[in-house]
Ligand binder design. Structure first.
Ligand SMILES: C[S@@+](CC[C@H](N)C(=O)[O-])C[C@H]1O[C@@H](n2cnc3c(N)ncnc32)[C@H](O)[C@@H]1O
Length: 327
């Protein structure tokens, strides 16, 4: 049985009136109870070694990240060392400077550009996700998904694969919300939404009939500061995105506010234990603990939950495959 959820719902997580701050080592993290102190692991952080000349916040320039601790190079390597600076013992690395995020984004897009040169049904582990979602068998036959948004859709989207195994599902309109979308459309020749207004079918046999809208920005920008003008969708898909975002708290809040009440969430992401948190690499600056996902999911009624996926044999991977309705 999946352990879920372990936390009682805390509405504060979903209110986004106060910005998250990384500036100070002793500020409470907003959207969580103030009693949980913000104990960033800064004692070994090279950015704080000479704090008089360096800033340490979301706007820290890339050149100021990483370096030396007490005269010796960071043992984990420069980038992993930088991640350590932004790690919190309760949450893991949940937010990083924008410069570090941009660096990881470029590396990720370079990777897709390199391997996405074909024009066939390219995909990012679609079959692994089908298996872990049990082929979406909990959704009734012919279900109308309405307006659908996929956040962090990559060049190919996972919706495309879901419609391949569940061609009976109906869609009115599809929004791709992906910060590298502009680059994918220009530079990844197999990008499934290259036209900007249609989605290619998984088997390459043409385009889906529903209209497509592409927005090239991060999930953090889903939040409309004017909540009365917040755009909301019937169904939201987000798969394997968290390790790539700049601010997990904003990203998850963005997902939550972008779904209509009773809207359908199709979500997968991983979490990490203490000793895995700083094993990130250039593509994955962010690594969070289970607690954050439990907190997010406590805002939903769970329809399907698989926390024992096989991850294609990748040892040590753990996370949630969840289909749920917003409470
Ligand atoms: C590992 S890929 C997964 C793509 C897609 N979900 C899939 O499974 O095929 C992660 C994607 O997250 C995107 N991403 C990075 N930062 C993001 C952010 N702040 N908000 C939303 N997506 C982001 C990246 O550009 C990348 O396309």
């Amino acid at each position: 049985m999946c352990e879920y959820p372990t936390l009682s719902p805390r509405i504060s997580f979903f209110s986004f009136s106060q910005p998250l701050t990384l500036q100070s080592t002793n500020q409470p993290i907003n959207r969580f109870s103030a009693a949980e102190s913000n104990r960033w692991f800064t004692s070994n952080c090279p950015n704080l070694a000479s704090s008089s000349s360096k800033t340490f916040n979301v706007d820290t320039p890339f050149e100021q990240i990483g370096g030396e601790v007490s005269g010796s190079t960071c043992p984990q390597g420069l980038l992993a060392c930088a991640y350590l600076c932004y790690s919190h013992d309760s949450y893991g690395v949940a937010a990083v400077p924008k410069s570090l995020w941009a660096h990881a984004q470029k590396a990720e897009a370079d990777l897709w550009q390199g391997i996405g040169g074909g024009d066939s049904g390219s995909n990012d582990r679609a079959a692994e996700h089908w298996r872990s979602f049990d082929s979406l068998s909990c959704l009734p036959k012919g279900m109308q998904l309405g307006t659908v948004i996929e956040v962090g859709a990559g060049p190919w989207t996972q919706l495309k694969g879901f419609l391949h195994i569940r061609p009976d599902l109906e869609i009115k309109q599809f929004t791709v919300w992906e910060p590298s979308a502009d680059r994918y459309m220009k530079e990844v020749s197999s990008c499934s939404y290259r036209s900007g207004d249609t989605l290619r079918k998984f088997d390459g046999s043409g385009m889906h009939p529903f209209p497509v809208n592409v927005i090239s920005t991060g999930g953090e920008s889903l939040i409309n500061p004017d909540s009365s003008a917040q755009q909301q969708y019937d169904t939201l898909v987000s798969i394997n995105v968290i390790e790539h975002v700049q601010d997990v708290f904003q990203y998850l809040t963005g997902l939550y506010v972008s779904l209509k009440p009773r809207g359908l969430l199709i979500f997968h992401d991983r979490y990490y234990s203490n000793d895995q948190i700083t094993n990130g690499d250039i593509y994955h600056p962010v690594r969070i603990k289970k607690k954050i996902l439990d907190h997010f999911l406590s805002g939903f009624e769970i329809i399907y939950n698989n926390c024992n996926a096989d991850y294609d044999g990748r040892k040590g991977d753990q996370g949630y495959y969840v289909i749920a309705r917003k409470k």
